[in-house]
Design a protein. Structure first.
Length: 427
C-alpha cells in the first residue's frame, strides 16, 4: 500500500480515537494542535469532510475540557503551547470558511472563542520576556531558578508571528515581539558547532552583583528544539517579505539532517532519533518531541502565498523554497515509513523509529550524551546500557521498554505521516 494511503488513514484515525485524556497539560495542548491540523487536512479532501467534522467536534469538546485555569499557572512554555494550538484551529476554520459551499458547515462560529483563548494565553506569555538577565529573552518559568531556554523562546517567536498573521487585526506589537525574539535568540549563542539548538542557558551570577549573563549552557540537543522555530521563521518571511528567514530555516533543517556522527547527533541511519530513544528511558515529554519537529517542518514547507502582509516574496524566492523543500522529500518519507513500521499488533506507533527489528540477549543499547549535556526532559538521566530481551519486552520489541507505546509516541508517527501527505506528496 502506498505510503500516502497510510498517511491519509493515519490522519483519519486521528479524528476517530479518544486520545486526549492520557496526556499531561502541555502534551494535551500539542495533541489538540494535531487534531486541528488533521481536521484542516481532511477538509481539503471533499470525500473526507464528514470525518473532518468529526475532528472538529472533538476539538470543540477539547476546548471545553482544557484546564485553562490550571494552565494559566504553568511555565511560559506550557502557556505558549496553548496559543499555538488554538492558532492552528483558527487557520483550519479560515480555510473551511473560504472553500466550503454555503450549504456546508464551516464552524465559523467557533473562530471567536478559539481566538479569544489564544489571545488570553498570549498576553500571559508576554510577561515572560525579561531584560534584567541576558539582555532579553523569555524565561522558562516564573517559579523556578532563571533559565533561558531554546524552546520557550522559539515558541514565543512562532506564537507572536502566528498572532500577527492569523488572529485578526495584524497587531504590529505581535510582529515586533516576533522580530525582537528572533534577534535575541539568533544572537544568544545557543547553537552548537553543528548549528543545532542546545537546550538553554543558566546564569551563574544570578544571585550576585554585576552583569547577569547567560554563561552556563546545557549542551543537550532535543529534536523539538530544532522544529518549533521553523514555523516562526516561515511566518516572519511571509510577514516581512524577507527571504533570509527561510534561508535560516533551511540551514537549521540541514544541520538536523546532517547531524549523524556529529556533536548533538539526532539522526541515525537517516532517521530522527531522540537520545532517550536508544536507552529506552524517554519520559512523556521525550515521547512527544519528534512529532513536534515534523509538525513544524510541515508548516515551514507549506506553499508560500503570492502576497504577504507587507511585501510579497519574489517568485524566485517562492521557487527556491519549493525546490529546497522538495529536497527533503526522501528524508520525510523515510522517517514516516520508519515510524509506521514500529506499530504493534494494536496499531500503536513506538517512540524509537529506527529500532532494530531483531535483537538478542547479547545486544546492548546505550545512550551517550555530549559533554556538558544534561537530559532534564527525561529525568536528568544519562541513560544506561539495556540488555534485550527484558522482562517488559516480550519478543524483544525495543519499543516496549520504559513507558512503552503511548499516545504521545503514536501522535509523533501521525505527524510524520502527515508531513508526507502535506509536503512530499503535494508538490
Amino acid at each position: 500500500m502506498l505510503l500516502g494511503t497510510y498517511a491519509r488513514w493515519a490522519v483519519i484515525l486521528l479524528g476517530r480515537i479518544n486520545y486526549l485524556n492520557t496526556g499531561i497539560d502541555w502534551t494535551r495542548a500539542v495533541l489538540g494542535t494535531y487534531l486541528a491540523a488533521g481536521a484542516h487536512t481532511l477538509s481539503e479532501i471533499p470525500g473526507e469532510r464528514a470525518l473532518s467534522n468529526t475532528c472538529f467536534a472533538q476539538l470543540i469538546a477539547f476546548f471545553y475540557g482544557q484546564d485553562d485555569q490550571g494552565l494559566r499557572r504553568q511555565a511560559f512554555d506550557d502557556i505558549l503551547w496553548v496559543v499555538l494550538g488554538w492558532l492552528e484551529a483558527i487557520k483550519m476554520i479560515d480555510y473551511r470558511k473560504e472553500t466550503f459551499e454555503d450549504s456546508e458547515w464551516a464552524g465559523a462560529e467557533w473562530r471567536k472563542p478559539f481566538a479569544q483563548r489564544a489571545l488570553e494565553f498570549y498576553l500571559l506569555a508576554e510577561g515572560g520576556w525579561d531584560t534584567a538577565l541576558c539582555a532579553g529573552g523569555m524565561l522558562w518559568s516564573p517559579y523556578l531558578d532563571p533559565y533561558k531556554n531554546a524552546i520557550t523562546n522559539e515558541l514565543y517567536i512562532s506564537a507572536s508571528i502566528g498572532m500577527y498573521l492569523y488572529n485578526g487585526d495584524r497587531n504590529e506589537r505581535y510582529l515586533f515581539n516576533a522580530i525582537r525574539g528572533h534577534e535575541w535568540l539568533r544572537n544568544s549563542n545557543m547553537t552548537n558547532k553543528q548549528g543545532l539548538y542546545t537546550d538553554g542557558f543558566h546564569i551563574s551570577n544570578v544571585k550576585g552583583v554585576g552583569e547577569k549573563i547567560c554563561d552556563v549552557r546545557d549542551e543537550m540537543v532535543y529534536t523539538y528544539n530544532q522544529g518549533v522555530l521553523l514555523s516562526g521563521l516561515r511566518g516572519l518571511a511571509e510577514a516581512t517579505g524577507d527571504e533570509g528567514y527561510l534561508s535560516e530555516g533551511f540551514e537549521l533543517v540541514d544541520a538536523v539532517v546532517t547531524s549523524e556522527n556529529r556533536v548533538g547527533e539526532i539522526v541515525r541511519d537517516g532517521i530522527l532519533t531522540e537520545k532517550c530513544d536508544i536507552g529506552g528511558y524517554c519520559s512523556q515529554n521525550g515521547h512527544m518531541f519528534k512529532g513536534i519537529f515534523f509538525h513544524h517542518l510541515t508548516l515551514f514547507c507549506e506553499p508560500l502565498p503570492t502576497v504577504s502582509s507587507n511585501s510579497a516574496l519574489s517568485g524566485a524566492a517562492r521557487s527556491r523554497h519549493l525546490e529546497r523543500c522538495t529536497d527533503l522529500h526522501n528524508f520525510i518519507r523515510k522517517n514516516a515509513a520508519a515510524a509506521w513500521s514500529t506499530r504493534n499488533l494494536k496499531g500503536v506507533v513506538g517512540t524509537w523509529w529506527g529500532a532494530p527489528k531483531h535483537v538478542s540477549s547479547s545486544d546492548k543499547f546505550e545512550t551517550i550524551l555530549d559533554p556538558g549535556a544534561v537530559d532534564i526532559q527525561n529525568g536528568g538521566g544519562i541513560g544506561r546500557p539495556l540488555s534485550i530481551p527484558m522482562d517488559n519486552t516480550p519478543g524483544g520489541d525495543l519499543n516496549d521498554r520504559g513507558r512503552g507505546r503511548t499516545v504521545e509516541s503514536h501522535s509523533g508517527g501521525l505527524a510524520a505521516l502527515r508531513a508526507v501527505l502535506r509536503v512530499a506528496e503535494r508538490s
